[in-house]
Ligand binder design. Structure first.
Ligand code: ADP
Ligand code: MG
Length: 315
């Protein structure tokens, strides 16, 4: 394994916060590994320890068998890192910033120039090619940071929430490039609170909440633990109240007009009957019944979805 993390605990002394609580995981070459969890789960704390920006309270991190905590210089040499916090890119155009990053990471000039053009084309960034001082939007700046991270990728590529503020089209382009970086041999650690992203991009993932690993495996493996369950989604008519729901709707959450519940197989007929009745009475606009998704697993473990203030657990 290229990256091995064992029993990492990180306690912030003053805050008495246990940000990481015995986290163990390993990532190998060619793999996109997801760290998925809500804000405050401890994801950034974990990646900061890999590259020596924070020191573990206990536990060990090895890269290629080398103790990364004792040798932060080695860790940084092996890792390319895109921080969650936006670094200002002052006075440079995107191609200049990406090329500079590539050269700093030891790339040959001609290779770096070719790869810069390739990334700009892949992520459709050409229209900002001449924008100096990054007068561009946060999304464009984050894309440029991403390019700076993968222009000459290290053996380990760590991306902390790389798709924040990015439009859906370019998000997909970025996911493609993340996979291609792994296919070329790097181990990619992708930190995200976006379930859809995790489901589409990662090979394996760890679901983290309150500093602890709550589930680990491929998206399919995590969903298998929910085998036999189905999900029903009801879309409430605009302006209608959420109706009282029967007990066989489990782990129900509401997201604006969406109501999502888990149901056991034997209750599928009753759920369908309920949904039809609600639709006939024009309380819901539409409904759908489908197999469990990673989102359902996440909601069951974490209790809520991120990115939506109005999200709440009903039962
Ligand atoms: N430098 C710090 N000092 C004290 N507490 C911190 C520090 N950094 C993070 N924390 C706390 O640790 C927990 C995990 O934070 P973080 O790793 O940033 O989570 P995530 O990246 O999953 O959103 C949070 O409760 C956060 O407030
Ligand atoms: Mg974070």
């Amino acid at each position: 394994m290229l990256l091995e993390i064992q029993d990492i605990c990180k306690i912030y002394r003053r805050g008495k916060v246990k940000a990481n609580d015995k986290i163990s995981l390993s990532v190998s070459n060619g793999e996109v590994f997801g760290l998925l969890g809500p804000n405050g789960a401890g994801k950034t704390t974990l990646v900061n320890q890999i590259i020596g920006l924070a020191k573990p309270t206990s536990g060990s991190i090895h890269i290629n068998g080398v103790d990364a905590v004792a040798n932060p210089g080695y860790a940084r040499q092996m890792c390319s890192f895109q921080a969650q916090a936006q670094a200002p890119i002052v006075g440079l155009t995107p191609p200049q910033a990406i090329e500079l990053a590539g050269r700093i990471h030891g790339g040959k000039k001609s290779n770096v120039q070719r790869r810069t053009r390739e990334l700009i084309e892949l992520l459709q960034l050409d229209e900002w090619n001449k924008t100096i001082g990054m007068d561009a939007t946060g999304g464009v700046r984050r894309l440029v940071s991403f390019c700076m991270t993968v222009v000459v990728p290290g053996d380990i590529v760590i991306l902390d929430e790389p798709t924040n503020d990015i439009d859906p089209l370019r998000r997909r382009l970025l996911w493609q490039e993340v996979r291609s970086v792994a296919e070329k041999g790097s181990a990619v650690l992708l930190v995200t609170h976006n379930v859809l992203e995790a489901e589409r991009v990662v090979g394996r993932l760890a679901l983290i909440d309150n500093g602890r690993v709550m589930g680990m495996g491929t998206p399919a493996e995590l969903k298998t633990e929910e085998n036999g369950s189905m999900r029903i989604e009801l879309i409430i008519e605009p302006g209608k109240e959420i109706p009282e729901l029967p007990d066989f709707l489990l782990n129900t959450i509401s997201l604006n007009r969406r109501i999502i519940s888990r149901i056991e197989q034997e209750n599928v007929p009753s759920a369908l009957e309920l949904a039809r009745e609600l639709k006939n009475n024009e309380i819901i606009e539409e409904f759908s019944l489908s197999p469990t998704t990673l989102e359902d697993v996440y909601v069951k473990i974490v209790g809520h979805l991120e990115d939506d203030e109005s999200a709440g657990v009903i039962n």
